[in-house]
Design a protein around this ligand. Sequence first.
Ligand SMILES: CC(C)(COP(=O)(O)OP(=O)(O)OC[C@H]1O[C@@H](n2cnc3c(N)ncnc32)[C@H](O)[C@@H]1OP(=O)(O)O)[C@@H](O)C(=O)NCCC(=O)NCCS
Length: 185
Amino acid sequence: MIIREFEFTLKDGRKALIRSPKEEDIQGMLDYLYQSAEETDFVLRYPEECSRYTAEGERELFDRINRSDTEAMLVCIVEGIVAGNCQITWNNRIKTRHRASVAIALLRDYWNQGIGTRLFQELIKIAEDHENILQMELEFIEGNSRARALYEKMGFRITGVGVNAVRLKDGTLLNEYHMIREIKR
Ligand SMILES: CC(C)(COP(=O)(O)OP(=O)(O)OC[C@H]1O[C@@H](n2cnc3c(N)ncnc32)[C@H](O)[C@@H]1OP(=O)(O)O)[C@@H](O)C(=O)NCCC(=O)NCCS
């Protein structure tokens, strides 16, 4: 789906634009995917795995998500740079349509500026606007205290743990924590 675009001001005074992805974001999104993988172990891709992302693939992804009734991507643009994005996805299957999955990642230069909070406010509104959705779900990797703080602030709570769900290149095994946030109906 296409979201209504809006602007807001970061804690450091820069202006951010939030909107659905557009053709002009393709290169910025490819750069963001690679750079975010370099900057943090808390996303599931390593930089060298980003070669599977292509301009054509991003075009198709944007097109699919923007046309979908059960998916939205919110891109955050700061001074012309794709600073990050978040997504919400659910499905129409009777047994699982009450569950929406969400995910978010930003480039390091934009952490702690309030973008995550603002994006989550929008994700929650989208969930509230779709009556089938009764809960939002996400995962974070052990040690990601910033993400956990954001999610708890936004009303999520831990419901489970995927033991050793992530294995870094050096062999370190990390748990993945599952969280949900109920939508009041
Ligand atoms: C996690 C992430 C999405 C958070 O977004 P953000 O825009 O930085 O978050 P916000 O600035 O809106 O809020 C972060 C909150 O965490 C707090 N925080 C920051 N660092 C923290 C830390 N190390 N421990 C605990 N809390 C912390 C901040 O004070 C802030 O809370 P406040 O608004 O009450 O002051 C972002 O930092 C990011 O993309 N990180 C890298 C990728 C990633 O981890 N993605 C999530 C995968 S599950």
